[in-house]
Design a binder for this molecule. Structure first.
Ligand code: SIN
Length: 280
């Protein structure tokens, strides 16, 4: 039997009593999927898994994702990895990062929100972590939506926002390290088709504007929503330990990364899970 312990009132649960280097029974997989829908972020501590075992863990949640980034923008080190495994790392060889999203802070975002069908889930497995910082924070889009005053819920009804891939890490439009190749619009309030629950679906890093509104009104709404949705009461702040595997639901949570010393190594392996339908 696995043990499931909530991490905060709003989001996240710790799953113990499972070794993901071993086959997982269908009954336990179903328990994990149910917990994923309930808590949006799952922490599996103390894992020792290979790339293939991480890909198998991803398949518990759905169809394994592939890298969307065009080949010429992928780091060379990816040639040595199985398809579907991405490195998040600041480690450099000959001055060039061996992985993606290498340095420092990242503002809140939903993975792949700039695509027509953004990824359903992301899995991140910690191999090397700095002595301080580089934490990953997760905010519940459900809690953010459900605590909005009714007048705001009415105001947001039917609105769509435009999201850009053209981002840096702390400043929108700063294209350092992330060339632009995508933009998309999605509902500002998204219903998770598997739970029927509504969540806020805009973020400070990638959301550019609200469709059809003049820029001043669009900015006013987005600033309010960013500030509202990032409140501590909706957030789980994860401090990594080597061997942690985290999986999160990109449809109803967003995440951010805190700064960390550039001279210290950070390496995590990332896999994704495809979704089956457009956000609605
Ligand atoms: C990501 O946003 O996918 C990376 C998060 C992290 O490096 O902690």
């Amino acid at each position: 039997m696995i043990q499931i312990t909530p991490l905060t009132d709003a989001i996240g649960a710790r799953i113990e009593g499972i070794d993901l280097s071993q086959p997982v029974s269908e009954a336990v997989q179903q328990q994990i999927r149910d917990a994923f829908l309930e808590y949006a972020v799952l922490l599996f501590p103390a894992q020792q898994i290979t790339h293939e075992q991480q890909l198998a863990a991803a398949r518990i949640f759905g169809e394994q994702g592939q890298l969307h980034r065009p080949r010429e923008f992928q780091p060379k080190a990816y040639d040595a990895l199985p398809p579907g495994i991405m490195m998040i790392s600041n480690i450099r060889e000959d001055g060039v990062p061996i992985g993606s999203l290498p340095d420092g802070e990242m503002m809140f975002h939903h993975d792949m929100i700039h695509r027509e069908i953004p990824d359903k889930a992301t899995l991140l497995y910690a191999v090397e972590i700095p002595s301080v910082g580089g934490d990953t924070w997760f905010a519940s889009g459900y809690a953010a939506y459900e605590t909005l005053p009714d007048a705001w819920k009415t105001r947001l009804d039917g609105l769509r926002a435009s999201h850009l891939y053209h981002y840096g890490s702390t400043k929108k439009g700063d294209d350092k390290g992330t060339p632009a190749f995508g933009a998309c619009t999605h509902p500002v309030v998204r219903t998770n088709h598997e739970t029927g629950r509504k969540s806020l679906y805009v973020n400070r890093l990638m959301t550019d504007s609200i469709e059809g509104l003049d820029p001043a009104e669009s900015d006013e709404i987005l600033q309010f929503l960013f500030d509202h949705s990032e409140q501590d009461q909706f957030v789980y702040k994860h401090q990594w330990t080597i061997g942690d595997l985290l999986v999160w639901d990109n449809r109803c949570s967003m995440h951010a990364r805190t700064d960390f010393p550039g001279g210290e190594r950070r390496l995590l392996y990332r896999t994704t899970v495809l979704d089956t339908q457009r956000p609605m």
